[in-house]
Write a protein of this length. Structure first.
Length: 288
């Protein structure tokens, strides 16, 4: 049963009292460790990236299962990891015609073994995120550039939102769901995504066009919606963070919620319009 407005307000107050705000120093330290590792993985080799993405999605799934009292859903977790591993192997072996069979089979099996709609839906979304993330990096020559720009919109937006929210504060967007997210932070996210995407575009020798700027701002908005949705799920599950793996940030899911939304949107739109997910198509679009 979903909590009503009064229950959400009570949960929000309890979590704020129980978990004080994280220190900025811890956030910067964590980012300083994770960022170079991420750059290394994206730059050096497609299969290293694919294996890392597989491990990342495994951790994200573990955190997500924990939201719903994870010990009861061990079989769903094992099934999810098995499907992703099989899909990755099929991609490496270029058995592209059978890849979607894994997703169809996983959705059917999850529905058969679990009655938790939130759990089933979340794991299927993570599976699609894995597929789109794999295709953007490994399908074309512009794979690295596509992944860097997608990350720049999500995490540049996060950074802009954090800075603007701390500097200007103001009215909150959804105080019962995420008390610290403000409208000034949302504007900061839009401009932060545009700035960091432009910065990465210069580094990648990609022309800075109005299409790129507005695309980045649109992705930042979608990322903020993904962040709010994850915050709502945590309120429903009555937790502050999905885990404590990253000091100052919480769990990996707390860091990747916006990026998951951005990758899903870009992959879904491209699949609907072009019938495929391609880094080359994305870069051609951004060049105007």
């Amino acid at each position: 049963m979903l909590p009503d407005e009064a229950e959400l307000e009570k949960i929000s107050k309890e979590l704020q009292e129980k978990f004080p705000q994280k220190e900025l120093g811890l956030r910067l330290l964590s980012a300083g460790i994770l960022l170079p590792f991420g750059v290394f993985v994206v730059y050096f080799g497609e299969y290293l990236y694919g294996a890392t993405l597989l491990g990342l999605c495994g951790i994200l799934a573990w955190e997500y299962v924990r939201l719903w009292k994870g010990a009861r859903y061990a079989r769903e977790f094992v099934l999810f990891l098995s499907v992703l591993a099989a899909f990755f192997i099929a991609n490496v072996l270029e058995l592209f015609e059978v890849q979607w069979l894994y997703f169809a089979a996983s959705a059917a099996l999850l529905a058969a073994v679990s009655r938790n709609i939130f759990l089933i839906g979340g794991l299927i979304i993570l599976g699609i995120f894995f597929y789109f993330g794999l295709e953007f990096r490994m399908s074309d020559t512009n794979g690295m550039a596509a992944i860097v720009l997608l990350c720049a919109t999500a995490w540049g937006g996060d950074t802009g939102a954090y800075v603007a929210g701390r500097l200007f504060g103001g009215a909150r967007i959804a105080p019962l769901i995420s008390p610290k997210k403000t409208w000034s932070g949302l504007w900061g996210a839009l401009f932060g995504a545009a700035f960091f995407s432009g910065l990465m575009a210069v580094f990648l020798s990609v022309p800075i066009t109005l299409t790129l700027v507005f695309w980045a701002m649109g992705c930042a908005f979608i990322g903020a919606c993904g962040d709010l949705f994850e915050s709502w799920l945590k309120r429903v599950a009555r937790v502050k963070d999905t885990s404590d793996l990253i000091p100052g940030h919480g769990g990996l899911l707390d860091r990747f919620d916006g990026l998951i939304a951005v990758v899903l949107l870009n992959g879904a739109v491209m699949w609907a319009l072009k019938g495929t997910v391609s880094a080359d198509i994305l870069l051609q679009f951004l060049k105007g």
